[in-house]
Design a protein around this ligand. Structure first.
Ligand code: CA
Length: 444
């Protein structure tokens, strides 16, 4: 049994003077307090915010009002930045100090809470009145492939005789993604153009992708950096993980199939990646830590640098993850989005700590604000497949929607929304908010 590392911020009986934060189904109760970067419509400079119910604590305003006077000056500086990078660079202990102050000032019935409530017009913003941005200046983005169910499904489509390559169970497989095309939730995504083939040998033609897809993933932001050449031992990997978000790794399967050998995906995944704007800290996730995925006894044990008892005991996160689709026809008819799948991050073959340790193991320096994504989260059941490629099995079994429409791949006007949350008896439910994007037609 795991002993969670808890403090007063995890107390399920604590309530907030922000009423919407006390609703049972809110993603952002007092126990969550995720960080993000927002901007008022009328104001240019982005600010650090903390989500609370349907409001946002404006950290710049709260700092100026003196609420963070007790913390280290470096933390106050970080809270007045226009990205989360400085706070991420300070590390998890300092983020925890901010969390504790925010918890006190957003709590009902505390001295700080009463004062904050009296200043609420100055230090709170309404989520409906602000715009959210990508939460960090992401210098580098790497994407893994950590679901053995996803890897096996996809492998069996393209290599039926050899679905899982020999390296898969020995190391977290990944590729270097593209940071410049990461966008915040709500940003429309244009269908890419590129080369595709009708038969495996070609010749290719160029045009709009006909097989656009989403991928349901969890992202992790790097906290403290490691110096180039320095490795990150598995035992301290989580000191370098700031918090998690949702990631949609938009993919053009037809482009991918033609280009991915021998060096992996390139243009099929570099046109856009959507992230949810709120970074849920590892502290907020503490009650939801679970053992790492238990490998079948016939699988090899990880090599020593990827294997330790603590990671096995609590390296996982119990996060329920959903994908929702709203088509243009659904919007026109006033119908709500329809759920395509529901999975759990618990099913991942590799832990985030193992991914981070492996990433740095050859001497690569990971920098504060870098994004690491898990790879498509697919579970063992058909209902938990995290992309259309798997759900519609390479187009062979299109998904039928309640409108009578079918989908083998995404059509223009389709809006994909990812959701994620954690629940456990004795704790407040916390969520990630939404990661959403609509597919726009390709440019002519
Ligand atoms: Ca991916």
């Amino acid at each position: 049994m795991i002993q969670p590392r808890l403090d007063e911020t995890h107390d399920p009986s604590a309530t907030s003077w922000v009423e919407s934060a006390n609703a049972a189904d809110t993603d952002f109760p007092l126990a969550n307090l995720p960080f993000g970067i927002f901007r008022h419509d009328f104001e240019e400079r982005p600010r650090v915010g903390i989500a609370i119910g349907d409001r946002v604590l404006d950290c710049l305003a709260a700092t100026r009002a003196g609420f963070f006077h007790g913390v280290d000056p470096a933390i106050r500086d970080a809270l007045q930045s226009w990205t989360l990078n400085p706070l991420m660079a300070l590390g998890r202990d300092d983020a925890r100090a901010v969390r504790r102050v925010a918890h006190r000032l957003l709590s009902a019935g505390t001295t700080e809470g009463n004062r904050a409530q009296s200043l609420s017009a100055d230090i709170l913003a309404s989520m409906s009145a602000i715009g959210m941005r990508v939460p960090a200046e992401i210098g580098d983005y790497s994407d893994f492939y950590a679901s053995v169910f996803h890897a096996t499904n996809v492998g069996s489509m393209f290599r039926p005789d050899n679905p899982l390559l020999p390296n898969y169970k020995w190391m977290p497989i990944g590729y270097h993604g593209r940071a410049s095309s990461i966008v915040a939730s709500g940003t429309p995504v244009r269908r890419p153009r590129g080369q595709s083939v009708a038969s495996p040998e070609g010749p290719p033609s160029a045009g709009p992708s006909a097989r656009m897809d989403y991928e349901l993933e969890v992202g992790a932001f790097v906290a403290r950096s490691n110096r180039q050449g320095d490795v990150i031992p598995l035992s301290s990997a989580e000191d370098h993980l700031f918090g998690l978000c949702l990631v949609n790794d938009w993919s053009a399967r037809d482009l991918q199939q033609w280009e991915y050998q021998p060096l992996g995906p390139f243009l099929s995944k570099s046109f856009a990646t959507t992230v949810s704007p709120w970074v849920v800290t590892l502290d907020a996730l503490e009650p939801f830590r679970i053992p790492a995925f238990v490998r079948p006894s016939t699988d090899p044990a990880p090599l020593p640098y990827l294997n330790d008892a603590t990671d096995r005991a609590r390296g996982g996160f119990g996060i329920t993850l959903e994908v929702w689709l709203r088509t243009a026809a659904m919007r026109a008819a006033g119908r709500p989005a329809e759920r395509l799948s529901c999975g759990d991050f618990a099913s991942m073959y590799w832990t985030l700590a193992q991914m981070l340790t492996h990433h740095a193991s050859a001497g690569c320096n990971l920098q504060s604000g870098d994004l690491i994504a898990s790879g498509t989260v697919s579970g063992p059941d058909a209902g938990s497949r995290g992309c259309l490629l798997e759900l519609a099995w390479r187009g062979q079994a299109p998904v039928t929607l309640s409108t009578g429409e079918t989908r083998a791949f995404l059509l223009d006007g389709d809006e994909i929304t990812l959701r994620g949350w954690c629940e456990r008896e004795g704790f407040r439910r916390i969520g990630f908010g939404e990661c959403t994007g609509e597919v726009l037609p390709a440019l002519a």
